[in-house]
Design a binder for this molecule. Structure first.
Ligand SMILES: CC(C)(COP(=O)(O)OP(=O)(O)OC[C@H]1O[C@@H](n2cnc3c(N)ncnc32)[C@H](O)[C@@H]1OP(=O)(O)O)[C@@H](O)C(=O)NCCC(=O)NCCS
Length: 310
């Protein structure tokens, strides 16, 4: 970094954080020397910047801060954050990244995968929250698995309201965004249910997860899990579920150490059975009736299994 570049970054920081936000605080806090500094330019104008601080400097974990765009509404904020995350992974092997976010910007940081991880607090006179990003547990060519967030309610409703989706998997179509929010809070807020996000657009287009022993409705063993999924209808028959399920199976066997994976599908929903078959599941011959599932009394379910093989 040249002296001129350093001067410009510090100038922009005080222009925004001190002057624009009318906030007296010590911007040059001694954490810059150990940090990575990223900035985007348009012509010779700095349009966005941030710094990535190693663990144990600005915060206990690796952190990203001093995030600024000088030209707003053009996607530069998202870009600089994604570059910041990439730099933290590449240079500091980050699996977890924290930020102290101004509370008003929560939605912005959620878009790039951060989730609120503290109660609100006041920093330099401004309401803040701590937000945390965690490495995506599973990623494929087209799909990234990430935790569901409450801010996904509208996106979830868009596809889960479709009467062709839920009933095939045993749940009723969502009737409102409020229904979707409740589902996120009640059923998706755990560490084994993920939104399937289409990398190309950042949109959640499905859901995949596993039920561990005790939560499954098939009689599975203690070291087993039952897998479940759905994909939004506009994305059917493009191999997306198969691609995601293969990665999920790898995760379940090789990261979680499950011995046998189970899944089941209504016999009148052969597409799902086909996905299981393509991923190596075999028909156990067992047929279940699941009265607790939506329309479960009327439709038998085929039970499939896949054993771990070395
Ligand atoms: C089942 C579901 C997840 C499949 O997702 P997808 O991304 O379309 O799956 P893929 O494209 O990877 O594979 C679908 C396979 O089913 C086949 N298929 C589609 N419709 C079919 C039908 N009516 N009969 C038989 N096979 C069918 C496709 O041809 C494809 O197989 P192929 O690659 O051999 O041609 C999706 O249809 C869905 O979400 N349905 C509603 C919810 C649901 O059923 N969830 C599962 C509950 S057990």
């Amino acid at each position: 970094m040249t002296v001129d570049e350093l001067y410009e970054l510090l100038r922009v920081r005080s222009e925004v954080f001190v002057v624009e936000q009318d906030c007296v605080y010590q911007d040059m806090d001694g954490d810059d020397q150990a940090s990575l500094h990223l900035w985007l330019t348009e012509g010779d104008k700095v349009v966005a910047l941030c710094r990535v601080c190693p663990a144990g400097t600005h915060m206990q974990e690796i952190s990203i801060g001093r995030v600024i765009t000088t030209v707003r509404g053009k996607g530069y904020g998202k870009r600089i954050m994604l570059e910041g995350i990439a730099a933290a992974r590449e240079h500091f092997d980050a699996e977890v990244i924290d930020i102290e976010a101004q509370e008003y910007a929560k939605g912005f940081y959620e878009q790039v995968g951060f989730q609120q991880s503290s109660e609100p607090f006041i920093l330099d006179g401004i309401p803040h929250i701590k937000m945390t990003w965690k490495e995506y547990p599973i990623e494929t060519q087209r799909i990234r698995f990430r935790s569901w967030q409450e801010s996904d309610a509208e996106a979830l409703f868009k596809y889960a309201a479709d009467p062709d989706v839920g009933p095939r998997a045993g749940w009723p179509p969502h009737g409102s965004v409020a229904d979707s929010l409740e589902v996120i809070r009640k059923f998706f807020a755990n560490d084994h249910t993920w939104a399937l996000v289409l990398k190309e657009t950042g949109e959640p287009i499905g859901c995949m997860g596993y039920y561990p022993y005790g939560e499954s409705n098939i009689g599975i063993g203690e070291n087993d899990a039952e897998l479940g999924y759905w994909i939004a209808k506009p994305y059917w028959n493009q191999g997306i579920c198969t691609e995601a399920l293969r990665a999920m199976i790898d995760y379940c066997f090789n990261k979680k150490g499950f011995q046998t994976l189970w899944s089941d599908f209504f016999v009148d929903n052969p597409a799902s059975g086909r996905v299981m078959e393509k991923c190596g599941f075999q028909d156990t011959g067992a047929i279940n009736w699941c009265s607790h599932l939506y329309l479960g009394d009327e439709r038998p379910v085929k039970v499939m299994r896949l054993d771990y093989a070395l």
